[in-house]
Write a protein that binds this ligand. Sequence first.
Ligand code: UGA
Length: 458
Amino acid sequence: KNSFPQRVAVIGTGYVGLGTAGLLAHIGYQVTGIDIDPAKIAQLQRGEVPIHEPGLEGLLAGQEERLTWTTSYEAITEADVIFICVGTPPGPDGTPNLNYVTSAAASLAPFLNGHAQIIVNKSTVPIGTGDYVQRLLEDHSPNFDETRHRVVSNPEFLREGTALSDSLYPDRLVMGGHPDAVDYLARLYAPLIEQTFVPPAGTPRPDSYTRPAVVRTTLQSAEMIKYAANAFLALKISFANEIGGLCERVGADIQEVSTGIGFDGRIGHRFLQAGLGWGGSCFGKDTQGLISAGREHSYAMPILQAAIDVNYRQRQLVIDKLIRHLKSLKGKRITVLGMAFKPNTDDLRDAPAHDLIARLTQLGAVVTAHDPVAMPRASREWAHLTYTAAADAATALVRADAVIIATEWDEYVQLNWSELVGTMRRPLIIDARNILRDALPAQVEQIGREAAHYQPEQ
Ligand code: UGA
């Protein structure tokens, strides 16, 4: 039966699961999305998408015939390929929590049957988890047969905010595991590898794009590739921030410096944007995850530790800048523009704005915050913080002593800054994402660049 995959089950309906399910349905497979959260499944059945991700709603909406949602694991019986896309949130010591992976594997195992079924792990998991999942399947499935049921690691490299085009037009597909199982998964991905699918409306194939590299590895290497890729990107950002700090002190401009070094093909321009550093659910967790893995083997990873330290120092440097200008923050009205950890998402995990708001209120400031999409989520998830949510960016600026741009939403670039600065009590902009550059009124402090035309108060 089935030398060619047809039916797919996707466990987990977060960014990775929803993207994977939508993509595979679009390519033409019969997909069942499974989640243990009945509220999320009910939402998806009604055609609502539980997260904010550009284009996702459109991609899922066209697929009713090929894409169904359920809380029951029974669909596993029919599936040729089963994707595990559940979260691995960091525990208190920074190591990823594998509870969801463990329970997904244990729950799917009883439904494995006699035909070849590949279990693909897309969640970011510590090296060795693939083998662990295989053992769980063995323990929980009466039908387990290691020649038919194989685990493949197929890490996901999509970014939030651009998840769809990242998964439709990836740089590479990494597949680690037994060669037969990898071949089978490669057959499932054939339309993606050959780029023979019709691009969905709203996510056209970029002109320069041809097709992804296919990287076949062992299970362990694939698992390591995911961590190493994220750690390297995190490193690049922290490197830019570390050099940026020195730039400021010696009168250089980090934006010019990044541009200059990025033209060296060995370095590249991407992920050298200095500013508030990284947030989100991945870079912090994955750098910590590697350090913890090292520790288990008594192996120190000083470069990664330094990247983490530099990253979180950036948040304090922004506060230091404010204090330099305003002396005391007590009673000062500070506006934070942008709460999500990056634009085009409402994800608040490890967002720099969180730490800024917390620190500002601790120092006695009165904080107003705004975000184009994340405010409803913030009112639930950041209920412990004290700030006033502003209806729009312009209102947020009225009578402010300073504004910090914490997320580089396009809408903030487009604001009529010269006019809005006039409504502030003091014209102080801390452009912590370096987005305003030249189209500026005259009082901007950037990160990694000497105060730009700042006019001290009289
Ligand atoms: C990251 C990786 O980029 C993805 O390849 C990976 O699949 C994903 O983690 C994951 O492991 O799931 P993501 O966290 O969604 O994706 O977002 P990024 O675009 O990588 O941004 C991360 C953070 O770095 C953001 O806070 C962003 O503002 C910051 N950043 C990014 C910089 O400060 N400077 C830069 O030059 C680039």
